[in-house]
Design a binder for this molecule. Structure first.
Ligand SMILES: [Fe+2]
Length: 268
């Protein structure tokens, strides 16, 4: 699959993605934000827009729908509970559905509630192997989405623990926002000797700001993202979490670690 990441320069640092299946020449936009930016990308290449998929209903993930729909008349997919909330969404997609399919590749839908209750993620599978995941506001580089605009931290904990933890380390992460730098600083506020986070922050500092972005894998995320360490928190992480959190944290209860982390991150 051809994957293009477009940085929107929005106040919330959104990413929009354009995917093109080289076998069918069909094109999909995930979370279109700025319709003019996407339109000029497509125009330059002479491409149509066959599909839109909104990972969830928040306006910063759907604001491009209206203008793009008028011009390209794409099929607009979303979680069944997003129908009626997301502009022009008519095609509900559920867990296990496949889109942008051809003989050797497709996007598989994961039903991932927690940030909101209309949230899906997309797993890119090629030649039978999971290659990348588009996570909207469920999983970010070194962090996860918040739950205070229609979500629930306990439900997000379950989604991350049950659906993201088992995925292979080689899978490339494509999140809905760029929060890498602030999230790494959050990691280091609780786990200051995390050398992977220190190195990744340095790596990110060397990139051209707002032009180049670090792309991580889930394997790397497991080292720098505290929310992916709830089943095996380091000594420092656990101690600092207990010191700073008002919630009860139990070492062998990953959900309690996750919910405490989410609550600390909300006020950090
Ligand atoms: Fe959101």
């Amino acid at each position: 699959m051809e994957v293009f990441r477009i940085y929107t320069r929005s106040p919330l640092r959104n990413f929009t993605y354009i995917l093109r299946n080289p076998e069918t020449f069909q094109t999909l936009s995930i979370d279109p934000y700025d319709p003019n930016q996407i339109d000029s990308f497509l125009e330059k290449r002479g491409w149509n827009l066959d599909f839109i998929l909104n990972t969830h209903e928040h306006a910063d993930h759907t604001s491009g729908n209206e203008v793009l729909f008028q011009k390209y008349k794409p099929i607009v997919y979303c979680h069944p509970a997003g129908i009626g909330k997301i502009p022009h969404a008519t095609h509900p997609i559920k867990k296990g559905d496949r889109i942008l399919t051809s003989s050797d590749r497709y996007l598989e839908i994961l039903d991932t509630p927690g940030h909101t209750f209309c949230h899906v993620c997309l797993l890119l599978v090629e030649q039978g192997k999971s290659k990348a995941i588009f996570t909207g506001d469920t999983l970010f580089n070194a962090g996860v989405g918040n739950c205070y605009r229609g979500g629930d931290p306990e439900i997000l904990a379950r989604t991350i623990l049950e659906q993201i933890y088992p995925l292979e380390n080689e899978i490339v992460l494509y999140p809905g926002h760029d929060y890498l730098e602030s999230n790494l600083k959050f990691t280091l506020s609780l786990d200051p000797s995390n050398q992977y986070a220190i190195d990744t922050l340095k790596e990110s500092d060397r990139l051209q700001k707002d032009v180049e972005f670090l792309t991580t894998t889930l394997g790397k995320e497991k080292k720098i993202n505290t929310f992916l360490q709830c089943d095996r928190p380091s000594k420092d992480l656990l101690e600092n979490l207990r010191k700073k959190s008002t919630l009860h944290v139990t070492k062998n209860d990953p959900k309690s670690v996750f919910v405490s982390l989410r609550s600390l991150r909300d006020h950090w």
